[in-house]
Design a protein around this ligand. Structure first.
Ligand SMILES: [Zn+2]
Length: 187
């Protein structure tokens, strides 16, 4: 290969790389939110990426994907997204408080403890409708923060509680939420 052709080849490579990089930055900035509406999975069978809706998406709605760890506080998420050169303007970042940061950081552990302790909770002779209050408060906080897609097991624990209380209507309501938000592999 002569020098002129090599030069053009390198130039093409640099332009190609730069335009792909610019597109990636544009894509990430346009679709980034700490409240995702889709998740991405690699499908080995078709050797392709799958985009799966994790909440209701109406026709014309913008699709959002999180490019940072959702369990981190807003300050840390902002730092992670700095590598893409933008500041996330989603409501979870704009309205972040010390309480919402704490909720995100502790959520996985809290849900895991709740799920593991669900049988003991309903077997407790003192279990009554008031025992579900902290769980309903957690559900409210989670919905406000847009983390319901991360929390299907909470709906399972609340459903079990209502079944124990023989409140069929409420148990069905939470069964619907569980099936709505749980990934099929988690059921
Ligand atoms: Zn954000």
């Amino acid at each position: 290969m002569d020098i002129a052709r090599l030069g053009k080849w390198v130039q093409g490579l640099i332009i190609g790389w730069f335009s792909s990089y610019c597109f990636l930055l544009y894509f990430v900035k346009s679709f980034s939110s700490c409240i995702s509406s889709i998740c991405v999975e690699f499908d080995a069978q078709s050797f392709s990426m799958k985009y799966i809706a994790i909440r209701d998406i109406n026709a014309g709605d913008q699709i959002f994907l999180s490019y940072c760890n959702q369990a981190m506080p807003a300050k840390e998420r902002r730092k992670q997204l700095e590598t893409y050169g933008f500041v996330c303007q989603c409501t979870a970042c704009v309205d972040a408080t010390p309480e919402s940061d704490k909720l995100r950081q502790e959520l996985e552990e809290r849900l895991s403890k709740l799920f593991q302790g669900r049988e003991a909770m309903i077997a407790d002779p003192k279990f009554n409708v008031g025992s579900l209050d902290p769980l309903l408060k957690l559900e409210k906080d989670i919905m406000k923060e847009g983390l319901e897609t991360e929390s299907p097991y909470l709906f399972r624990v609340i459903m079990d509680g209502y079944l124990k209380l023989k409140n069929q209507k409420k148990a069905e309501e939470y069964a619907k939420k569980l099936f709505k938000y749980a990934h099929p592999s988690a059921l």
